[in-house]
Design a binder for this molecule. Structure first.
Ligand code: HEM
Length: 182
């Protein structure tokens, strides 16, 4: 049977703060990424084109895009992408990104789809990061920010599942034990 873990007590805002600490992004890394903000903005429209081409090529993902404003979505994903080059990755940043994850939970989108889309996002971010005067450090910093985003996106899904299961079984500790298979 799974033993209780300290991480189980870390919730909401504290989970975001913990994640920021875990990633340990240094201010110098933030500064390297911030320098590339204008370049990220420049490349963002090409990224979103590739992004939505991929989603439209697959019927199960295209289904989600039928009744939404694609102009708006293109703009939002461009903003999301350039946001990774903002230079400051604090609780407010994490909260904004968590809200994006929550929107995807609400539309009933299986988490495998957004996670798989990292395959489209990473090469663009890497390519832009290589244009820095310190390419290796900047690619590493970009990867950290991207990993943090993936973790936050996933956190939105886990929070939702745990909340519902905890309500059903009468407590979060029991819900966590059930989810660990014990
Ligand atoms: C890396 C993965 C993804 C990122 C970064 C992303 C980003 C975003 C952002 C920033 C928004 C706007 C949120 C807002 O209104 O504030 C959004 C909305 C939306 N996304 Fe995604 N998305 C991702 C994956 C997907 C996938 C795989 C699908 C569908 C197959 C999808 C479908 C949608 C839809 C339908 C909305 C509009 C929701 C609504 O306003 O009702 N997204 N996405």
């Amino acid at each position: 049977m799974a033993q209780d873990r300290a991480s189980w007590t870390v919730k909401d805002e504290a989970a975001l703060e913990e994640l920021i600490q875990l990633m340990n992004l240094r201010p110098e890394e933030g500064a390297l990424l911030k320098d590339l903000g204008p370049k990220a903005k420049e490349h963002a429209p090409t990224l979103t084109k590739t992004f939505y081409d991929r989603l439209f090529a697959h019927p199960n993902t295209a289904e989600y895009l039928k009744d939404v404003s694609l102009d708006r979505l293109h703009g939002m994903v461009q903003e999301w992408f350039t946001g990774m080059f903002c230079g400051v990755y604090d609780t407010e940043y994490a909260r904004r990104r968590l809200r994006i994850g929550e929107i995807h939970v609400k539309i009933g989108l299986p988490v495998r789809y957004p996670l798989a889309m990292i395959d489209v996002v990473m090469p663009y971010g890497d390519q832009i990061s290589r244009e820095s005067a310190k390419p290796e450090e900047t690619v590493a910093a970009f990867r950290k920010v991207l990993a943090m985003d993936v973790a936050i996106f996933n956190q939105a899904y886990e929070d939702n599942q745990l909340r519902h299961l905890a309500e059903m079984v009468g407590g979060e500790r029991l819900a966590r034990r059930l989810l660990s298979g014990s």
